[in-house]
Design a protein. Structure first.
Length: 151
């Protein structure tokens, strides 16, 4: 009988711990969502470690131009720096349309500070990766931004 009670207590504690963790995640998402809809979001998710973000911020201090593949968190990080020209190559046209609707993005495009290059690499899945080879001939264009980027 005591064993059953102890097991129940452990299950309840596990649920409480999971709920507390879930509450933290929900709070984070709520804060992020509130920020997401501001004219110039400051908490846009970025898929880099804290050390990588620090390194990128440091690189931006000494950079006039920035080229990236994939429009997202690092784009906003670059926009919050003193980098003069930012070029991003993106495969997801819907994502580009959505991001261009943000006032801060539209302003930087209009000023000529941000240049977004869409390259059609075919039907895409998560993170803009091609899921078929229908536009395989365009893959090299992604590397060069459709001829925009010259080495």
């Amino acid at each position: 009988m005591l064993t059953k009670i102890i097991k129940k207590i452990f299950r309840i504690m596990k649920v409480i711990i999971n709920l507390e963790h879930l509450k933290e995640e929900v709070d984070y998402i709520k804060n992020w969502q509130q920020d997401f809809y501001k004219e110039k979001p400051t908490k846009y998710p970025i898929c880099l470690s804290e050390k990588e973000v620090e390194k990128l911020i440091n690189i931006f201090k000494y950079s006039k131009n920035y080229l990236e593949y994939g429009l997202g968190g690092s784009t906003f990080l670059a926009l919050s720096s003193n980098v003069e020209k930012i070029t991003t190559v993106e495969s997801d046209q819907d994502w580009i349309f959505y991001i261009q609707s943000w006032a801060s993005i539209a302003t930087n495009i209009k000023k000529g500070r941000l240049n977004i290059r869409h390259i059609n690499i075919g039907k895409i899945g998560a993170w803009g990766h091609p899921i078929d080879e229908s536009e395989k001939n365009n893959y090299p264009d992604y590397s060069t931004g459709g001829g925009y980027i010259r080495c």
